[in-house]
Design a protein around this ligand. Structure first.
Ligand code: SOE
Length: 397
């Protein structure tokens, strides 16, 4: 590389000198591998000064051509077709698991035993039992652990939690949330994929989308004490592509009535059959003194209503653009109104974990740790059990 080529090193210096480096081993190069790698490349320069600089040590995936391409694309020093070989590299201090759900438990438990910090994509495990094994392993190993519930890191969502924590809403009566997508409806002609197989995914829309709104309910309101639910599989078999058909043994959609430990009640719904909803993660919280609503498809905004607001003639929800320098995470970005996007939630999330690793801070409650992942899995299992038994089911943690 020519001297003075203007190429800036990965290491972003800080006024106090070089930020520490944390070596990262990434499992998976598809959607989440791309989102996490993109975030890590931004951190040294945009979360400035960074708490640490993620060093892209290696990326692992089953297809050698694809994982080699991903290593070149994102700048990983090594690529592997076996995650065990990647974990054997002592330069890997943080294991980032972006693999399919059936590849969450074993690699994370192995990485924990090797003393590596862990970031695992949601849902943590396919069941509460598997999630508990993962939580036990990281506790025993004494490593930092986070589940990539990235919507906790939307500035508006973090701001909403601050408002609730301040007591401004008063007693919380309701939390109602939906996570609506459309991408497996008939007009998409979607064949059989891993997300539609119970042995790989654990569940369908429930664990993939429902997990997000369950976690947001826990993050904003508190633990869930009971659920009454229904699940539905609208298309019961799909083509493998070799002329044979496979049975879909997971939910395409679920709806649940829930009660929280603090007495609030609400509804949760997730589906991949809501035509027109592209990534419709939305919630509304109703409290004694006001209400707040959020919609991921308008992620820089929150709708706020205050009881008794004057003048009464303009009573009602007001739309607030969450982009001021004093709003969470915004000191890193642009002047007010220059909005940010979905990818930035991963930049915030991984920055938080790096900070926790190098400064020995607790991941929770700002981020979700493996206990949060386990508690979310307990609610998911309860929803499945309630749908099967057609009864209300208590959540036992
Ligand atoms: C697919 O449903 C998906 O990518 C989820 O897996 C993500 O968690 C969600 O954020 C967007 O949709």
């Amino acid at each position: 590389m020519a001297e003075g080529s203007g190429f800036t090193s990965m290491a972003a210096s800080t006024t106090e000198g070089e930020a520490p480096e944390v070596g990262v081993g990434m499992l998976g190069y598809a959607f989440m591998g791309k989102a996490h790698s993109n975030a890590m490349l931004k951190i040294p320069h945009m979360m400035y000064p960074p708490p640490a600089i993620p060093k892209l040590v290696g990326i692992a995936g089953r297809n050698e051509a694809a994982v080699a391409e991903a290593a070149k694309r994102f700048g990983y020093a090594n690529y592997y077709t076996d995650w065990r070989d990647m974990l054997a590299n002592d330069d890997v201090q943080l294991f980032d698991n972006g693999g399919p759900n059936d590849a969450h438990a074993e690699p994370c438990i192995e990485a924990a035993k090797m003393g590596k910090h862990i970031l695992c994509e949601k849902p943590l495990g396919r069941t509460a039992e598997e999630s508990k094994e993962m939580w036990d392993a990281v506790q025993k190993a004494g490593v930092k652990h986070m589940v990539a519930f990235n919507y906790r890191f939307v500035p508006a969502v973090r701001q909403i939690r601050k408002i609730i924590e301040s007591g401004a809403l008063g007693q919380i009566y309701h939390f109602r949330a939906q996570y609506l997508q459309e991408w497996i409806m008939p007009h998409y002609n979607m064949p059989m994929i891993w997300r539609l197989q119970k042995k790989v995914a654990g569940s369908g829309a429930l664990g993939d989308l429902g997990a997000h709104i369950i976690d947001l309910g826990r993050y904003l309101v508190g633990d869930i004490s009971s659920v009454s639910a229904m699940t539905k599989t609208f298309i019961k078999e799909r083509p493998w592509g070799d002329g044979t058909m496979g049975a879909v043994d997971v939910d395409d959609a679920f709806v649940a009535a829930v009660e929280f430990e603090n007495g609030a009640i609400g509804t949760l719904e997730a589906t991949r059959f809501a035509g027109g909803r592209k990534n419709g993660n939305r919630f509304e919280i109703n409290g004694e003194k006001g209400s707040i609503a959020f919609n991921l498809e308008r992620m820089n905004e929150m709708e706020v209503y205050w009881v008794g607001e004057e003048p009464k003639e303009t009573q009602g929800f007001k739309n607030v653009l969450v982009s001021e320098p004093f709003h969470p995470w915004w000191e890193n970005w642009w002047p007010q109104g220059h909005i940010i996007g979905w990818e930035h939630t991963f930049v915030h999330e991984i920055t938080h974990l790096l900070d926790c690793i190098v400064n020995d801070k607790d991941v929770s409650p700002i981020g979700a740790d493996f206990e949060d992942g386990y508690r979310c899995a307990v609610v998911c299992d309860a929803i499945v059990n309630s749908a099967e038994s057609k009864r209300q089911v208590d959540c036992k943690y």
